[in-house]
Design a protein around this ligand. Structure first.
Ligand code: WTA
Length: 634
């Protein structure tokens, strides 16, 4: 395994080299991997089209690097440690050798079902080992995986299957989550009524709940697995072949399929994993994210396995059987590195320290945070009560589109400052710009965060719609990747992420487009129009506040609210349910028909004293009405 950065001085040296000679820098990092054929050219790029390619002409298979490469040196080391939902159910662990065999076996199952290189496979599964095995099995044969978070509704799942024309769906009968057993297969069944591309649906038996069955289309995982061998040569892939699609929300209504390719993603996720967390051989690493999100892709599966780490997967939720579950697991498995989201920290903080103090957390060395800005109170609680003031917190800023961590302390190396993501990783060239796109130089500035040079795991396109990729990320400011985040660079040159500056809200670390939620609400037959904004929420970071105009004959507003929640759950899933729904007579619109969201945000925040200039509104009276009906921000 290659060296990691071990001092602040080494970080600065490595950073400088990465800017002075990015190609030489990344070529050095890439050489430790197994390439079936070396690359001819390290980088080709422009941010206008955009067109970014890394390691051109290189041939490889990422699973040879996650698995085969480790067999000789660490074949008997645990690769995946799995902790089930129930405390009394035995967990599972897979060594690198066992994981390799399972991946090869399931890769053969996919082949037997006619899945070929380049085909898309949709994964809709709970957090069970078979999910990680499926991801890697796709990569083994060169199929493109599209993991859909298993909390999405049938309709959201169908949209994603159809957008990618997936040929197979991999799922489970059900999902144990906390006290509940949630149906999974039936959601797939409903989705597949709207999909024509899918010929096979392979089902893991997990809950043993009864499921409907479509003969010829549906197959049990455990039966299929018996029909094949555990030998499967890795498909030869080009460095720029697609590895996966992951759908994420943006400013417009329709989620887009962010595309990552193989070579650059491999090099960057391994490098960032090793350096940010300072992973050492033998460490037990646990990231609590769901594999349905980018964090799970890059830092439960790929980054850790590429680095030969032991990575843990947890099936359940932080509050089951009680709010001490995370800490019980840390004690049980002697976890050394723990990576979670601020929303989980805030939720557990609210239960008090008694749940923490019951457990021995002395194994912890490093703590991580991801997905949303971490507030000072949560940072301090995490530092004091979980890390016992001896574990550095790495506040990692990045995005689905960036593939890997971009701005973050390196554990134990970068001096910390609460709520600051601190400094960019080597290879990352951030830049702050004002609204006109003028670069804000020097320190003590605040603006929109852009990146001015490609790093290996930058998104390559949005699936099936390259123009959308260009428009969303590369057109706001010419020749720059625009992140959608606001950011401050303080006097020390440290970066602090301030949150989204576009119409994206971040609810419990889940990205949601306001337009997407509005479209869902508008599906309710009594709704004429709606406008959704985020507001500060103590636990979730941001809550969803919906202003709704309805048909005049609606008299029972409470019933309407419940129905709207049902509609949103059906169209997107429970994660998109508004926290507050205010029925209004009209929305504050300019004469050109644009909703003035600034006003709605103020109302949602509970700050109606100063709404700013409302003179350009078509009907200023609407604002008075909205103010008087505002729901208290409890
Ligand atoms: C936000 C998650 C502050 C940010 C990896 C970004 C953060 C969006 C942080 C991406 C952080 C992520 N501090 N904000 N450490 N990490 N964000 O695509 O607004 O689900 O643009 O990727 O989350 O969310 P996504």
């Amino acid at each position: 395994m290659s060296e990691r950065i071990k001092s602040l001085e080494a970080y600065h040296q490595e950073y400088e080299r990465s800017v002075a000679d990015p190609e030489g820098f990344w070529a050095d990092k890439a050489r430790q991997f197994q390439w079936q054929k070396p690359w001819d050219q390290v980088l080709q790029w422009n941010f206008r089209d955009p067109d970014v390619k890394w390691f051109l002409g290189g041939k490889l298979n990422i699973t040879e690097n996650c698995l085969d490469r480790h067999l000789e040196t660490r074949g008997d080391q645990t690769a995946i440690l799995w902790e089930p939902n129930e405390t009394d159910e035995p967990g599972k662990s897979l060594t690198y050798r066992e994981l390799h065999a399972e991946v090869c076996r399931f890769a053969n199952v996919l082949k037997a079902h006619g899945i070929e290189k380049g085909d898309r496979v949709c994964l809709y599964m709970p957090m069970i080992p078979e999910l990680a095995i499926s991801v890697l099995a796709c990569a083994r044969i060169g199929a493109v995986h599209s993991v859909v978070f298993a909390g999405f509704s049938a309709s959201a799942l169908a949209d994603r299957i159809n957008d990618a024309s997936a040929k197979a769906v991999l799922t489970s009968d059900g999902n144990f989550r906390g006290k509940k057993s949630i149906p999974v297969k039936s959601v797939v069944d409903e989705a597949l009524q709207q999909c024509t591309s899918v010929s096979s649906c392979i089902v893991v038996q997990r809950t043993k709940d009864e499921v409907d069955w479509t003969p010829g289309r549906d197959f049990w995982w455990h039966e299929e697995r018996e029909k094949v061998t555990a030998d499967c040569a890795a498909e030869t892939m080009d460095a720029e072949d697609m590895l996966f699609i992951l759908y994420t929300s943006g400013s417009t209504g329709k989620p887009k399929g962010v595309v990552h390719t193989i070579g650059g993603y491999m090099v960057y996720t391994e490098y960032s994993f090793r350096n940010v967390f300072q992973y050492e051989d033998g460490d037990i690493y646990w990231c609590t994210a769901d594999i349905g999100w980018i964090t799970g892709h890059s830092y439960i599966i790929y980054g850790p396995l590429l680095a030969g780490a032991t990575t843990m997967m947890f099936e359940g939720v932080p509050t089951y059987p009680d709010a001490g579950r995370f800490w019980q697991i840390v004690e049980k498995h002697r976890v050394n590195i723990f990576y979670t989201a601020p929303t989980a920290i805030r939720a557990l903080q609210a239960f008090g320290e008694a749940y923490v103090e019951k457990y021995d957390l002395s194994s912890l060395k490093t703590l991580g945070s991801v997905g949303e800005p971490i507030n000072k109170e949560a940072w301090e609680w995490y530092y004091e009560h979980i890390g016992k003031k001896k574990c550095p917190i790495v506040d990692t800023w990045w995005q689905t589109e960036t593939g890997g961590i971009m701005i973050s302390p390196l554990a134990g190396i970068t001096p910390l400052k609460p709520t600051y993501a601190t400094l960019p990783l080597p290879g990352v060239q951030p830049m702050l710009v004002d609204a006109e796109g003028k670069e804000l130089t020097g320190n003590g500035v605040e603006g929109n965060l852009c990146i001015k040079f490609p790093w290996p795991s930058i998104l390559r396109t949005t699936y099936g719609d390259h123009e959308r990729c260009r428009q969303t990320y590369f057109s706001t400011y010419p020749d720059m990747y625009f992140t959608g985040d606001g950011c401050r660079r303080d006097e020390d040159g440290y970066y602090r992420i301030l949150g989204r500056v576009d119409d994206v809200i971040n609810v419990s670390g889940h990205r949601m487009g306001t337009a997407e939620v509005e479209n869902a609400i508008n599906e309710h037959p009594d709704v004429i129009e709606s406008a959704v904004v985020g507001y500060p929420h103590e636990i979730k970071g941001q809550g969803i506040y919906a202003f709704v105009i309805c048909e005049e004959d609606v008299t029972d507003e409470e019933k309407l609210r419940q129905e709207i929640l049902g509609t949103v759950t059906k169209v997107i899933g429970p994660i998109a349910k508004p926290d507050k729904i205010q029925v209004v007579r009209g929305l504050p619109k300019t004469r050109s028909g644009k909703i003035m969201r600034r006003i709605l945000r103020k109302v949602a925040e509970g700050d109606v004293s100063n709404l700013g200039d409302t003179s350009t509104l078509l009907d200023p009276g609407v604002v008075e009405d909205i103010k008087s009906g505002a729901l208290s921000s409890a």
